[in-house]
Design a protein around this ligand. Sequence first.
Ligand code: GLA
Length: 678
Amino acid sequence: MDSVTSLDLLPGWPFARLRIAEDGRLLQLPAFAPADFETHAPAYPPAGNGWILEPALRVIHANGDTSGDLRVVEAAQEGNLTTVVLRDPVYPFEVTLSFLAHPEYGIVEQWATIVHEEEGPVTLTHFASSFLTLFGDSFHLTQFHGDWGREATVAEEALGPGIKILDSKAGVRTNQFRLPGFLLSVDQPLDEEDGKVLAGTLAWPGNFQFLFEREPAGEGRRDRTMGVRTGMNPFGSEYRLRPEETFMTPRMVWCVGTQGAGEVSRRIHRWARTHVIREGDRVGPILLNNWEATYFNFDAPKLHSLFEKAADLGFETFLLDDGWFGRKYPRNDDTQGLGDWMPIQEKIGGTINDLALVANQCGVRFGIWVEPEMVNPKSELYEAHPDWVIVQRNRDYELRRHQLNLDLSNPEVEEYVFSVLDTILSESPNVDFVKWDCNRYVTQPGSFHLAPEDQSSLFIRYPRAILRVFQRLASKHPVVQLMLCSGGGGRVDYGSLAFAHEFWASDMTDPLHRVDIQWGYSYLYPARVVAAHVTRWGERPIKFGVDVALSGRFGVDLDLDQLSPEETETLRRGIETAKAIRDVVQLGDQYRLLRTESCSSVMFVSPDQERAIVFVYPVADSPATTLRLKGLLPEAEYDVREINGETGFAPERIRLGDDLLIPARPAFASLVLELEAI
Ligand code: GLA
């Protein structure tokens, strides 16, 4: 064994300190504990041999023994990567914990790798990515929940004794009800600028679970620590691990700070843009999508007219949504055709590339919508492969949006899903944007492909397969940008975002609700990845919709043929504004300034801090208010002026620390301000 006995995974930050006890057990100093705090907690406790709280790992050995014991046999630090190898003293069973530190962001990525050489398969029932312990008097948990149309709703609660679980059991489209992350505030409720905070997010498109368990208090012992187990959801997911296999958990991403939520959010944003998101350092295109403009009801002349108007208004990319494919079952509504990726040539005027060429000739780039993981029973694909779907074989299948999930635990299906898009893109070199949709979750988790004893591995094999597909497509088609979509924000994890440029944040495009939805996402995701489009939902003033979309990756879902001259000009100006400010919004630092019943305000500051954009969104009649601007250069003075229209805001000058007065404003009279250092 190496002689190292203590490991500081992230020097300078109040967490991620490990110690190897004399008996070889791996311990952790609880995050935020004083440095001389004596009571170390186990760093990855297995069940069945002494530990009686929720374990990090539970294994049923090949001989039926349900106990685990892990002792360090090797610990190594190389650059920012620390690996600790733990072995069971009795069984040939090994867990390697890996910690990749990003000291400049205060972030650690952590995962576990499990192998064994037992006589036969072992069964893993619990398999944490990480098991972190925190020190504090009180803990407040913030989560981001909500069903379709209300994604990323912020909710906070104080954690008492017992267990609290945030999870997903949806199998696919696992973020439909909850984002795969949380913030845990120590010793006070979550504050934007103040206090100890731990933010975590799991880089995994499958079922996840975050479990919080407070140490029980007793006579002479206070409950001063909180255990946080994170990883794939163990629910319904027992995994038979064969001796020759390697089992790797997804990465858990931790970010810790002592200056409130805003600061950890900004560090996650920077880390994600730099290290995770595909081309995260490039701004996204100004996009026209035809979904809410036409739904399934379009033809070639209609599309050509949209291309021309889009080019004239300054759009950069046209995205053709659902409804362009199907042969025997043309996809003219959502009841049929899904799975049959042949273009309806008479509807779109030729092949996909023919259409893309027309768009290019008009002056816009071209993208398409696909949903390759799914199938309508009314399709040629289903007729040819009824055993490719996820169902319980002795039950009637249950449809959602008239469709079924394809079984990606089957390698043949995985290959098919890859080939759908690979073929389209190979045959259509003029397509350079893809919206990858995913419109149902799993309700009957059965596979025709998996053996009876492996059925419960479906929830693990599926997400692994979809990540492999994304990875292959990204490397084979590097210039094609990818938007993740899932009936809105059902797939927004950092595992998938490594291969994607952005996600469709919600089908809810009423800007009134979008203000809240985008606010919620901002805790864990930078504006670069939050696709935000102007539509007619809610019938709000178009300028309000434009101003709200400008604080994400800006786009539009409107029928340009139906706009009044004033609306056309509002859009034209919005597009010009988007081009002028998107570098600051998408690549800068975000500050959540204000959120009251009647008004919300967010601010973005350029990396050099010379420029900033402030958005003020009155969601109801809003009284005069002051904004304390953030992130500006301490010595500089800034010119403040209104952009994207004139609503009567008198220009002024301001310094960091000054209050900016926003006069009373009627509902939806939003304001966009640009600050420039003099
Ligand atoms: C989902 C998406 C929409 C649109 C439709 C098409 O609902 O969220 O944006 O693409 O599918 O069927």
